[in-house]
Design a protein. Structure first.
Length: 331
């Protein structure tokens, strides 16, 4: 999440709280020390009163910020899947469970995790009354494919004076799957082929759907001569779709020489290219099958088929891929 945090000069960690001293807070403490030294040197009672008031500001700041963060819960609804580098809309709901005290100036920050993610714009709640909730929609972006698990996030506030930036870690159980990044690719021509191991594309050709009587305008190349000879009438081959074609996309994950997984950057490039070709071919109405070293999927052109292939590509070659467990357990 891109959150512009104030410049901190001192950070204190305690349990699930983090307290950062801001630039404004540092300036206030410098003034506080100046007033204290002046009160000691001069013995002026007015300076002692000012010193006591400044100290009370720091205490009040800590108490009010803690009250603002207390008894808050966060819920979020994420889509069933996302594409890497492509934002997806999520709904965030922040609830205040205090009986009488409201909460002010709450920001939501990213808690550290194995897979980084970001929220844009930064979720910010200015005022949440006691016993009420507020909802906001923001965009969640994951940079890499795979399973995305979010188990915690941070609530942050500078309320009331901005002297300190206090954060509190709260649990948040969210899980979704991130599909490979989709980019623009050059789709194959009807006679296009590729190289083995690089994610080849093999057209399967149009499937024979039926044989019917010859009609004016039919091409002679589509005549089924064997059937025509038996019936004594011209009969032609009718295909399932004159525009739809079927393609097999092959994806190789291991080095043929060593039988080990290829380098991560090459793997990610191949997976992203294969996913992009599958996506664009199905969007154009073609049937697609994915062939790996272990198996080959059936042909299909539906959105359900597309999602199924994307789910496979989201974890293929990673620790979540069940077909490659021996590679990771032996590494």
């Amino acid at each position: 999440m891109s959150l512009t945090s104030p410049r901190s000069f001192y950070t204190l960690n305690l349990h699930n709280r983090t307290l950062q001293l801001t630039r404004e807070g540092l300036g206030f403490i410098v003034i506080l020390f100046g007033v204290g030294l002046g009160a000691i040197n001069t013995g002026n009672n007015l300076l002692y009163l000012i010193l006591a008031m400044c100290c009370s500001f720091i205490v009040v700041s800590g108490v009010l910020s803690e009250m603002s963060l207390k008894k808050l819960s966060l819920q979020a609804e994420v889509p069933k899947y996302l594409y890497a580098q492509a934002p997806g809309s999520i709904k965030i709901k922040l609830s205040n469970h205090k009986n009488w005290a409201p909460s002010y100036s709450i920001r939501i920050k990213v808690a550290p995790s194995l897979q980084p993610w970001s929220l844009e714009p930064t979720p910010y709640f200015f005022y949440i009354a006691s016993g009420e909730s507020q909802e906001k929609r923001v965009l969640l972006t994951a940079p890499k494919r795979g399973r995305l698990k979010i188990d915690a996030c941070k609530l942050a506030t500078r309320f009331p004076f901005g002297f300190f930036y206090k954060t509190k870690t709260i649990p948040l159980q969210l899980e979704t799957i991130v599909f490979p990044q989709i980019h623009t690719v050059k789709l194959p021509q009807q006679t296009g082929t590729g190289l083995e191991g690089e994610g080849i594309i093999q057209p399967r050709g149009e499937e024979l759907y039926a044989i019917r009587e010859f009609q004016p305008g039919d091409a002679l190349s589509s005549v089924h001569w064997k059937s025509s000879a038996k019936t004594g009438k011209l009969r032609v081959k009718e295909f399932h779709s004159q525009n739809q074609r079927s393609y097999t996309i092959s994806l190789t994950l291991t080095d043929p020489a060593t039988q080990q997984l290829i380098q991560e950057d090459i793997l990610e490039e191949r997976v992203s290219t294969a996913a992009s070709m599958i996506y664009h071919l199905i969007q154009n109405g073609h049937e697609v099958s994915l062939k790996t070293e272990q198996k080959q999927s059936p042909f299909g052109s539906s959105q359900t088929h597309l999602i199924g292939l994307m789910r496979l590509l989201a974890v293929i070659g990673s620790e979540d891929d069940p077909s490659l467990k021996p590679h990771f357990s032996g590494s």
